[in-house]
Design a protein around this ligand. Sequence first.
Ligand code: FE2
Ligand code: FE2
Length: 374
Amino acid sequence: MIIAHLSDFHICAYGARLTQLQDMPSRSTPVGRGWETVRREGDWRIQKRRASDSSFRIRDQLRLVDDNGIVHRVTKTLWGVGESRAIDELLGLVDVRRRNTPQELAENFPSEAELETRLQRDPENLNLRFCAVAHAMRRDRPDRIVITGDLTDDAEGFDLILRGFEPFFERGQISCVPGNHDVYGTPPLWVRKAHRKKEAEKRLLWATFASSVGLPAKGSHVRELGDGVLLVSFDSCHHAPLPGSASGMVHERDLHKVARELDGLGKQVRLACLHHHVVNPPLRHVGLSPIQAGMRLRNAKRVFAMLKELRFQLVMNGHRHVGYRYHPANSPLFLSAPSSTIGCRSGEKPYYWRVEIDGDSVGAVQEVPIPPRI
Ligand SMILES: [Fe+2]
Ligand SMILES: [Fe+2]
């Protein structure tokens, strides 16, 4: 059996993540920390920040803000381009991003050739990159796809997931768990109040998506994949009572429930998946230590002990956008997938883990690049 382990697509309204704080206007800085609107395109804005306003900046800059107030990660430095040409380029991007919403792509799923053309124009667009992931799966045809959370950036775009993986959903070949971005409330600093979703609303959206493809709407569960392989999906998305927390934990009741269910089953290859990492990413990886604060699995020691005791052979996670594997003695192999759309924090472009289950054990595990490598 061949399993493709994917993670962290972060599909979003216009293909740009909620990663940048928008500069909220205030009484002292009415246009928001020195950004002034120089052009409007519907509810989208092109804003300019002048170099003369700061001793740290030597060039004027332009940026793009969408109708949700999200700042897109494209900043144009007006250096040798000229302002009007830079504005034209950003207007072109507004057009592209408005046409590549999850809803549009789900209705008219692009062919591989069409997708490549669109990616040439907007290579950073996560919605388009997700379409590339879906095409890679349709080509490679794994027996199973396991997705370890953060399918969406803010619970928007499940229809594109359904469309992209349609052939696999039809055959019941996909298993997935939610990530913090799928189900935790929208972080307050990133998005205007009117556009924020509460946790209960996002849980409901997840439940609707999961139920529509025959997956349990909530909690952890055991699933037989056939050929003597069994997959346990743990819901690790239970945050700390702190604003903006992205940490998680697996409820004790879920651990007990799974242990009870496994007790009655015979000899199987036991696999597990969850969003949060049980074992840490390597420190000082390419010179940078991944920051743990607010990200960790709070009861990782307990989960690790339980996975070991129940003789799991492989544990898959996402969340950190770092691809790594770690195999402690007499323990499961821990496999962390990078983001299948953004890539790995090491700088590596997107890839997925191809896992071969060979008889009663985990066989070859390989990184498979996701084209096009733009
Ligand atoms: Fe993520
Ligand atoms: Fe995450």
